[in-house]
Each structure stands twice: as structure tokens, then as C-alpha cells.
Design a protein around this ligand. Structure first.
Ligand code: TXA
Ligand code: MG
Length: 327
């Protein structure tokens, strides 16, 4: 069943929120469960095929819910970020309360990731349900995150019985994940709240830690896993000569159906060209849709790199993790 977010109040009493359901957020669609039901939380992992050691982000309606989840007072630096960027696409890592479900806790079972989503209608729904919602992206584990409800339906189908639809996501990429870890301000997943914005707000440099080396226990368990990839192999082209390299590779792969992601067509034939727009915001918003769309008709997908600054960092993080070949 698909219900529109702006009609949810009319249907509320008929809906079953005791099992995982899909919610729209400004970033990507999420597969949500109430955090007071371990059974529903476990079901999320089963439906997505998600490794059980990868913890979930908890979505809250307001600051009163925050206090029910975290141990101790909010530190001054988090206060600055909360004032500036909540509600919005910024997830913060806190020390969690003893009674929080172990199913969703991170690092040594002592932390919890929390965000307050931008949509007022979604926050009202969380408030009406009365319990924070844990929600990872509503895709099958390893696939691109869903930036519209159809993507979630395609991946999860009848494994989920309630989908709440609010149209295409404003952002299209997952939230920024940031935490002060052992006293070090650390960016765990770049997003549209950029490294530069956080540094400006905190007036100090922050560390970027988005890849865990193999021998190191990751701070953000999501770092360990293959991510965001469609079935078609993704070729990421880098450096000044990316256009020439693309053309040569297209000639080498002439028996394959090539999908091209970019803002301009190139001088070689492709099966399908997907215009992801010109600005960094457009690129972030459209990249997962582009992967899913080209995956329907292409064997390989070509994309070129973007400068590692501002939202370009989030774009490159997702594209690098999805890429089969970097050329
Ligand atoms: O925009 C988003 O954040 C979306 C929407 C639905 O809110 N959610 C999302 O969730 O992207 P997910 O599960 O796909 O990604 C959550 C990331 C994972 O990389 C996970 O490892 C990390 O956040 N994470 C969760 N809890 C953590 C914790 N306590 N400490 C460190 N990293 C954590
Ligand atoms: Mg995800």
C-alpha cells in the first residue's frame, strides 16, 4: 500500500506501524521501525539483507526525543551544529543511554546516530507515533539509495506493506554523518552539510574518515561494505584527460551497451545519455536515479570525477564506492 505523506492523518488509524514501513525524507527514502520493538528493528536488517553490525540512524521529531536517547548533556560544539543545521540532513553521533536497543547501537555498543529530518509532515508523523524511528536507506543492501518511492518499491516490493510517498527527495544523497570521536571531530560520511560548512561553524578543522582500512575496526561500520552499486559496471574517469580516456575505453568496449552520466554528450556513441545537471547540487540529487535508470538498459556506466570540494566530496564518495573501475 502506498499512502501520500500529506494524506497520512486521514489514514492513520488504519495503518500498521508495528512492522517496518518506508518513509520519505529530504535525503533518501528510509525503511523505518519504532525503536521500542527489537523484532521490528531486526526485520529491517532481514528485509534489506543488511549486515547486522551496521547500526541504524534514529530519526526524531524534536529535541525532547533527543533527551530520551542520549547520555549526558549535549556538548557545546553539537549545540552549534544543531542550532544551525537541524532540522536537516546532518546526522550526529552521541553516547547512548543504557536502555537503548542493542540492535541499533554503534561502536562498542556505546553510541547512537541521530538526525532530525527536514520535513515538518514527517516530524509530525514521528511525534504522533510517539517513538523515534530507526531508518536506514530503503534499498536492498549494496544497491543505490532510493531517491523516490518507486526505487524503494523496486527493491523491497512486497517485503514491505506500507510505503509513504512524498515525491522525489530534495537532496537525493544520504545525510552527512559527523561525530566527535575520542575528542576528534570526524566526518564519517560526506553529504550536503559539507566539511567546509562544519569547519566554519566550529571554527576548527575536522578530520575526514570515510574509508576504513582492512585491519582497522571502522568507526562507521558502513565503510566496510560495497555500496551504492547498480548491476552494470561503473567506470569512473579521472584527471584532466578524462574525455580522451572515455573515448578510448568506449572504443575498447564497443560490443557493450554504454550508459553515459554527465552534463554533456561526448563524441562517441552510447546506448543512453543521462543528463545529471550542471551544479554540484544537481549532481548529488540525480546520481542514484542515473545509476538506476541506466542500469535498466546498459552493461556499463561511464561517469567522470568532480572536484573534491563542497558537495563534490559527497558525490565522489558515492561514485568511488560504486565504481568497479577507476581509470
Ligand atoms: O540520509 C540518511 O541518513 C538516510 C535517511 C533515511 O535518513 N539514512 C541512511 O541510513 O543513509 P544508512 O543506514 O543507509 O546509513 C547510515 C550510516 C551507515 O554508514 C552506518 O554505518 C552509520 O551511518 N552509522 C549508524 N550509526 C552509527 C554510529 N553509532 N556510529 C557511527 N556510524 C554510524
Ligand atoms: Mg544506506
Amino acid at each position: 500500500m502506498i499512502v501520500k505523506l500529506n494524506e497520512i492523518d486521514e489514514y492513520y488509524d488504519e495503518l500498521d506501524f508495528s512492522r517496518p514501513f518506508v518513509i520519505p525524507t529530504e535525503t533518501v527514502y528510509g525503511l523505518a521501525a519504532k525503536i521500542d520493538s527489537d523484532e521490528a528493528l531486526r526485520k529491517i536488517f532481514e528485509i534489506k539483507g543488511r549486515p547486522t553490525d551496521n547500526p541504524l540512524i534514529v530519526h526524531i521529531s524534536g529535541v525532547e526525543m533527543l533527551e530520551t536517547l542520549i547520555e549526558g548533556p549535549v556538548c557545546e560544539e553539537y549545540k552549534v551544529l544543531i542550532t544551525k543545521y537541524w532540522p536537516g540532513p546532518l546526522t550526529l553521533i552521541f553516547k547512548c543511554k543504557e536502555n537503548l536497543s542493542a540492535v541499533i547501537r554503534g561502536r562498542n555498543q556505546s553510541t547512537v546516530a541521530i538526525r532530525r529530518p527536514r520535513s515538518e509532515a514527517l516530524r509530525n508523523l514521528i511525534a504522533r507515533i510517539g517513538v523515534p524511528l530507526a531508518a536506514p536507506s530503503a534499498n536492498t543492501s549494496g544497491r543505490p539509495s532510493p531517491s523516490c518511492v518507486e526505487h524503494a518499491v523496486n527493491d523491497l516490493g512486497e517485503k514491505v506493506s506500507l510505503y509513504i510517498d512524498d515525491g522525489p527527495c530534495e537532496e537525493g544523497l544520504e545525510s552527512t554523518v559527523f561525530g566527535i570521536i575520542d575528542g576528534i571531530p570526524t566526518l564519517l560520511r560526506p553529504g550536503s552539510i559539507t566539511k567546509e560548512m562544519i569547519e566554519e561553524s566550529l571554527q576548527r578543522e575536522i578530520v575526514l574518515k570515510t574509508h576504513a582500512s582492512d585491519d582497522e575496526a571502522p568507526i562507521c561500520p558502513g565503510h566496510k561494505y560495497k555500496h551504492y552499486a547498480p548491476n552494470a559496471s561503473i567506470y569512473l574517469f579521472t584527471g584532466m584527460e578524462w574525455k580522451e580516456k572515455m573515448k578510448t575505453t568506449a572504443e575498447e568496449l564497443k560490443d557493450k551497451k554504454i550508459g553515459l552520466i554527465g552534463h554533456q554528450r561526448q563524441n562517441f556513441a552510447v546506448e543512453k545519455f543521462y543528463d545529471i545537471g550542471e551544479t554540484l547540487k544537481d549532481k548529488c540529487k540525480n546520481i542514484f536515479s542515473a545509476f538506476r535508470d541506466l542500469d535498466l538498459c546498459c552493461d556499463v556506466i561511464f561517469v567522470h570525477e568532480t572536484a573534491l570540494e563542497m558537495e563534490g566530496r559527497a558525490f565522489m564518495d558515492r561514485v568511488r564506492k560504486a565504481a568497479t573501475y577507476v581509470i
